[in-house]
Design a protein around this ligand. Structure first.
Ligand SMILES: NC(=O)c1ccc[n+]([C@@H]2O[C@H](COP(=O)([O-])OP(=O)(O)OC[C@H]3O[C@@H](n4cnc5c(N)ncnc54)[C@H](OP(=O)(O)O)[C@@H]3O)[C@@H](O)[C@H]2O)c1
Length: 315
């Protein structure tokens, strides 16, 4: 089968087509004929070698989000019930590029039976591919912050895929949301459900404190502003970091590290995200679709910023 991957870590130009043996669904697994794979910042990090080589041999195949059609179903096991999946089901799945079944930039992805969900009714496979990784990340971040209805959440990088999912799910939980976004992205962030919007910049904490002088209860730092964002949070509040930041020694703000890898087996949460789309809570944004062979172009466009939705590779 065709995969898009790298044999040496470098920039986008290292992403090329490779032929590798076709995988098959074993016990507790299904095989997905991938039609769409979303392109995310984490994929560019894998290509750059920032995640190491992992446990799989080269080519190293990026991609944490797949949507496609089940074409093989393995036998059920005591832990992994495959019986609810059928050949022909349209599904979306999270993938782990450097371990297990490998990345999603592949014609076929084998997936554990509890790592996938049906795609939302009315969504295309390209749209559905934007949901698994960042949707699960948004839920994990909100769960770890543990805010109560009426409390205030700030979101940096709010116009991005993760930021917009966080805003919409936070609104559903009854939180008040203050979002940081470029002036050109204000409408996107408002449509996602933000109550307040501050202009993007290194002074993000001051701007948030202008509206909430005592500081916010929690913050999801999707723009990875770290110590620039931290002073926006009140003493005793929490900050969710998506890039493993360790915080500032002696700070009275708790830093929660978000690791979506931990949620690979949360097909139940992914199914709740499907319902959130069908209920109009979440909106799926595809910036553009490109043939998988053009993955290098997609990575260059992502690095330039301002994509306003996810770039999606098609197979
Ligand atoms: N730990 C985990 O498990 C996990 C899981 C999922 C995602 N992540 C991480 O979460 C982050 C967000 O992911 P994403 O998919 O939402 O990315 P994205 O779609 O590219 O969104 C990032 C947003 O932040 C903005 N931004 C970038 N630099 C900024 C800055 N210095 N100040 C203010 N805004 C800035 C971007 O604007 P422009 O478009 O104009 O650049 C964009 O709106 C990424 O770093 C990703 O790797 C981590």
């Amino acid at each position: 089968m065709r995969v898009i991957g790298v044999t040496e870590f470098s920039g986008p130009e290292a992403l090329t087509v490779h032929e590798v043996p076709e995988p098959h669904a074993g016990p507790g697994e299904v095989r997905i004929a991938v039609k769409a794979a979303a392109v995310s910042p984490t994929d560019t990090n894998l290509v750059a070698g920032l995640y190491g080589t992992g446990e799989l041999p080269p080519p190293h195949v990026p991609g944490m989000d797949a949507a496609g059609v089940i074409d093989e179903v393995g036998e059920p096991t005591p832990d992994l019930d495959t019986s609810r999946w059928h050949v022909g089901d349209e599904v979306m799945a999270i993938a782990l590029p450097q371990r297990g079944h490998g990345g999603a930039y592949a014609e076929y992805l084998v997936a554990d039976a509890d790592s996938l969900a049906r795609i939302p009714a009315g969504a295309s496979l390209a749209q559905a591919s934007t949901l698994p990784m960042n949707g699960l990340t948004a839920v994990q971040a909100l769960d770890k912050l543990g805010l109560e209805p009426g409390q205030v959440l700030a979101v940096t990088g709010a116009a991005g895929t993760l930021g917009r999912y966080v805003i919409s799910l936070a609104e559903q939980r009854g939180l008040t949301v203050i979002a940081e976004a470029a002036d050109t992205d204000r409408d996107l962030v408002a449509a996602a459900g933000a109550n307040h919007i501050v202009a993007r910049g290194d002074d993000v904490a001051d701007k948030i404190r202008t509206i909430y002088p005592a500081g916010v209860d929690g913050l999801v730092d999707a723009a990875v502003q770290n110590e620039l964002a931290l002073p926006a949070v009140r003493p005793g509040g929490r900050l969710a970091t998506v890039r493993g930041w360790s915080g500032v020694p002696g700070s009275d703000v708790t830093v929660e590290r978000i690791m979506v890898f931990d949620d690979y087996h949360r097909g139940d949460t992914l199914d709740a995200l499907r319902r959130a789309v069908e209920d109009g809570v979440l909106t799926l944004h595809v910036a553009d679709t490109l043939p998988a062979e053009q993955a290098a172009d997609a990575h260059r466009r992502l690095a330039q910023g301002g994509t306003h939705g996810r770039l999606v590779l098609t197979f």
